[in-house]
Design a binder for this molecule. Structure first.
Ligand code: THU
Length: 160
C-alpha cells in the first residue's frame, strides 16, 4: 500500500499501514481525499470533489464524485467513500473530510447527509470541509442534519 506523506510517498506493508491509519488525523484524511479528488469524473459540473472517512475501526476510505450525462445520475464523493467502506466491511463512520476544487468549503448534500446518518457512529460525528484555498469549516452531523437520527429511527420502527 502506498501512503502519501509530507516527506514523500512511502510503500507500507498492510500491518504497518494499519498502524499508521490508527493514528489518522484530519490532515491525513484531507491528504487521502485530495489524492482521489484528482480522479473525479465531472465533465459536466467541472467541480472536483474528494471525500475521506475514518471508520470506528480506525481505517480510512476515500472516494470522488462520478457524474453521467443524465445529470441526476451522479455519485457524490461522500457516498463513493461510504460505498468503499461498506464494501470492505466497515459500517461505522467516525469522521468525514470533504475537499474540492471550489474556493468555498462544500457541505454534503441532503442525500449524502442521509447516507452518513445511516452509518454514523453517533450524531456527534464530525464533518470537516476544506476549500481549494485551505479554508476549513467543521460541523457535527447533528448540526447539518438535525432530524437525521429521528427520521431513521421512525422509518426503522414502521418498517420493522
Ligand atoms: N458534489 C460532491 O461530490 N459532494 C458534495 O458535497 C457536493 C457536490 C459533487 C456532485 C457533482 O458531481 C458536483 O459536485 C456538482 O454538484
Amino acid at each position: 500500500l502506498t501512503l502519501e506523506t509530507p516527506g514523500g510517498r512511502r510503500n507500507l506493508r498492510i500491518g504497518e499501514f494499519l498502524l499508521v491509519v490508527l493514528k489518522i488525523t484530519d490532515s491525513k484524511l484531507a491528504l487521502a481525499a485530495r489524492k482521489v479528488m484528482g480522479n473525479a469524473y465531472s465533465p459536466y459540473s467541472h467541480l472536483k470533489v474528494g471525500a475521506a472517512i475514518l471508520t470506528s475501526g480506525g481505517e480510512g476510505f476515500s472516494g470522488c464524485n462520478v457524474e453521467t450525462a443524465v445529470f441526476p445520475v451522479t455519485m457524490c464523493a461522500e457516498r463513493s467513500a461510504i460505498s468503499a467502506a461498506v464494501s470492505n466491511g466497515a459500517k461505522s463512520i467516525e469522521k468525514v473530510v470533504v475537499v474540492s476544487s471550489a474556493d468555498e468549503p462544500l457541505l454534503p448534500c441532503g442525500i449524502c447527509l442521509q447516507t452518513i446518518s445511516e452509518f454514523a457512529r453517533d450524531e456527534n460525528v464530525r464533518i470537516v470541509s476544506i476549500g481549494a484555498n485551505g479554508q476549513t469549516v467543521k460541523h457535527t452531523l447533528k448540526k447539518l442534519f438535525p432530524s437525521g437520527s429521528g427520521v431513521n429511527r421512525t422509518i426503522r420502527s414502521v418498517t420493522a
